[in-house]
Design a protein around this ligand. Structure first.
Ligand code: AHM
Ligand code: MG
Length: 357
């Protein structure tokens, strides 16, 4: 089945303008914010595609051919987003996984009503080996929209259900932008020769169930027994052919979730004995990805509750993650909460047998 569903030739600019017209009272501020963000993504995409060349082109000294200081790619991405967004007048606050605390906006510029939270380059361990990495972003409206002062920490510490938009850019075999303003999920593919993102999938829907699971299985010995049992279940062949599932794990959340959004299945970064809240950060990574998954018809949970309902207490808070096809995530929850009928059976044999008690 062809993945591309868009029938119209629509650039991201036109798409943003069309969305704005759906809201007769829109001031254009949100659209301008998105356009500034797209510029930052274009700049990062350009640099990511040249990542491996820095050494041989002699760009790892103090300055590059343009006379600019050369930075590590994640620091570069962080700086580009801050520079593209800080003076636009649309934001009152920003926070990044790469920066400590709130990012201060320059003095003497107007403050807008939006807040931007981002992970500039997700999948840092994959940067140097040409494996897919991503940028994740999330946009909130400030608590008091009439205020003209800097946003505060309280403006940022909000449940993910209050996001007005979220998305990511996936720097893979092509560059893809996936985003939602709460009206479904649209996918754009970047043409580097034109510098344009074109709509390639309109209103992406995640399959109800998949056949792939995604988790760092190297941590298995540290997991709760309920999770070990769930993964064991996924690997046990079933009579209907639905199982065993295949394992896919890139180690870049953006890439793993991107695949799950298209093919279905489940992505997990659970708690374990060493990491009681998992590894991924609620504000920077988990909430935007959870928002997209729900907008595509999927489910996002920490194993016991809906992720988008969690009220964060601090910027760097971590959160266990189970997200993807609704049936798969509901099944994982049933295992973790000891509600799954299979738990009455022993694991380890291809045909479940009743455990004797
Ligand atoms: P990062 O923000 O330092 O890149 O870490 C987050 C990444 C996620 O993209 C990915 O899902 C996870 O770390 C992989 O972690 P692990 O190597 O423990 O499997
Ligand atoms: Mg990250």
């Amino acid at each position: 089945m062809a993945i591309v569903t868009a029938q119209r030739l629509v650039t991201i600019e036109r798409h943003i303008a069309e969305q704005e017209h759906l809201h007769p009272h829109a001031t254009g501020e949100f659209s301008r914010l998105l356009r500034d963000l797209m510029l930052a993504f274009r700049l990062i995409a350009r640099e990511v595609s040249r990542a491996g060349l820095n050494d041989i082109l002699g760009l790892t000294g103090t300055t590059n051919v343009y006379g600019e200081a050369v930075r590590k790619l994640d620091a570069y991405a962080n700086e580009v987003i801050i520079r593209a967004m800080e003076a636009g007048g649309h934001l009152c606050a920003m926070a990044s996984e790469e920066s400590d605390g709130l990012i201060h906006l320059p003095p003497g510029r107007p403050r807008g009503k939006y807040i931007l939270v981002f992970d500039p380059l997700d999948g840092s361990s994959n940067i140097d080996v040409n494996v897919t990495i991503g940028t994740i972003f999330s946009i909130y409206r400030r608590r008091d929209p009439s205020s003209t002062t800097d946003g505060t920490l309280e403006d940022l510490l909000r449940p993910g259900s209050e996001q007005v938009a979220a998305g990511y850019v996936c720097y893979g075999s092509s560059v893809t932008l996936v985003y939602s303003t709460g009206n479904g999920v649209d996918v754009f593919t970047y043409d580097p020769t034109l510098g344009e993102f074109f709509l390639t999938i309109e209103k992406l829907r995640i399959p109800q169930r998949g056949k792939q699971y995604s988790i760092n299985e190297g941590n298995a010995k540290r997991w709760a027994p309920e999770l070990q049992q769930y993964i064991d279940y996924l690997k046990t062949p079933s009579a209907d052919g639905q199982r065993p599932y295949s394992l896919r794990y890139v180690g870049t959340a953006v890439a793993d979730v991107h695949r799950v959004l298209h093919y279905g299945g489940i992505f997990m970064y659970p708690a374990d004995r060493i990491h009681p809240s998992g590894k991924l950060r609620l504000l920077y990574e988990v909430n935007p990805l959870a928002f997209l998954v729900e907008q595509a018809g999927g489910r996002a949970s920490d194993g016991f509750r809906r992720i988008l309902d969690i009220a964060p207490k601090e910027l760097n808070q971590r959160c266990p993650v189970f997200l993807g096809s609704p049936e798969d995530v509901a099944e994982a929850e049933a295992f973790l909460q000891r509600r799954h009928p299979w738990q009455q059976y022993s694991s380890g044999s291809s045909e479940p047998t009743v455990v004797s008690v």
